[in-house]
Structures are given as structure tokens and as C-alpha cells.
Design a protein around this ligand. Structure first.
Ligand code: ZN
Length: 148
């Protein structure tokens, strides 16, 4: 017997150490984590660096993302990007981008609640859910063409 049960979770209580990153997304800022040992900058931030160091600082990136690869899916347009100032690449959703665009800009995350994979641990409904990452969205710069 299995019973479908829809969860609602208060993510504000759960973001934990990721809170600066999540707050940044809600205001349209790219907040990355820089390891205090090897200075590797991760965006989205990783808690434990590749060098196994856990301490770091939060830094503001420009929000500009260089597109490495793009793909069109049934549920939207996605791209592998590297944010300016970050040493890591990540997958983002593209909005209003064209094939000729080589850069995009982080857009404010409008509705985190609709991000079903933000907390995806449905196996343990009564315990603390696992924290996933809110979906990152890039779009064209609103004002004019800024082709650097
Ligand atoms: Zn490190």
C-alpha cells in the first residue's frame, strides 16, 4: 500500500548554511563561496571544497554567465554555464535567450516555492528534508546590448 502525500515545507527554515546564496538568488545577486584554503570559488556554493576544506567566505559575483553548451528540452531551454569569477560550471535555465548569445545574466529567482526539486527528499517526510539547489535562471541583459 502506498499513499500519495503532498508536502509543503518552509524552506526558509531549512536553507541553513546556504542562506546567503538563497537570499542572493531572491534579490538577483550571484553569491558564491570561496574556499579559504585553496581559494577555489564555487557557484552554486559547495560546502566542502575539493581540497576538503570546509571554511570559506561569501563573495559577490557579477552575475554574468558564459555559456559553454546549451540544450533544448521538452521542458525548456537549458545551458551549461560558467559564472564570471567562479571556478565551477553549472546548469541553468535560459529565458529569452537566442542561439547567438554567448553570455547571460542571472535573473532573480521569482518563485522558489514552485521549485519542486529544491527539497526533494520525499522519503523522509517527517525528518529534515535534504536541501537541493534552487533553479538558476539566466536571461539577456534588459538594457541595451552589452557585448563585451
Ligand atoms: Zn579548497
Amino acid at each position: 500500500l502506498s499513499i500519495d502525500h503532498r508536502l509543503t515545507l518552509d524552506y526558509e527554515l531549512q536553507a541553513g548554511w546556504l542562506q546567503p546564496f538563497v537570499n542572493g538568488l531572491q534579490s538577483g545577486s550571484a553569491i558564491a563561496r570561496r574556499c579559504s584554503n585553496c581559494h577555489k570559488t564555487t557557484f552554486p556554493p559547495t560546502r566542502v571544497c575539493d581540497c576538503e576544506h570546509v571554511h570559506g567566505e561569501w563573495i559577490h559575483l557579477s552575475g554574468k554567465a558564459h555559456i559553454v553548451h546549451r540544450s533544448e528540452g521538452a521542458d525548456g531551454s537549458f545551458a551549461l554555464v560558467q559564472f564570471e569569477g567562479a571556478d565551477t560550471k553549472t546548469v541553468v535555465r535560459q529565458l529569452a535567450m537566442t542561439d547567438s548569445d554567448t553570455v547571460g545574466y542571472l535573473q532573480r529567482t521569482i518563485n522558489l516555492e514552485s521549485d519542486s526539486h529544491f527539497f526533494a527528499d520525499s522519503e523522509h517526510e517527517t525528518s529534515k528534508p535534504a536541501i537541493g539547489l534552487p533553479q538558476l535562471i539566466i536571461t539577456r541583459r534588459c538594457n541595451g546590448d552589452d557585448n563585451e
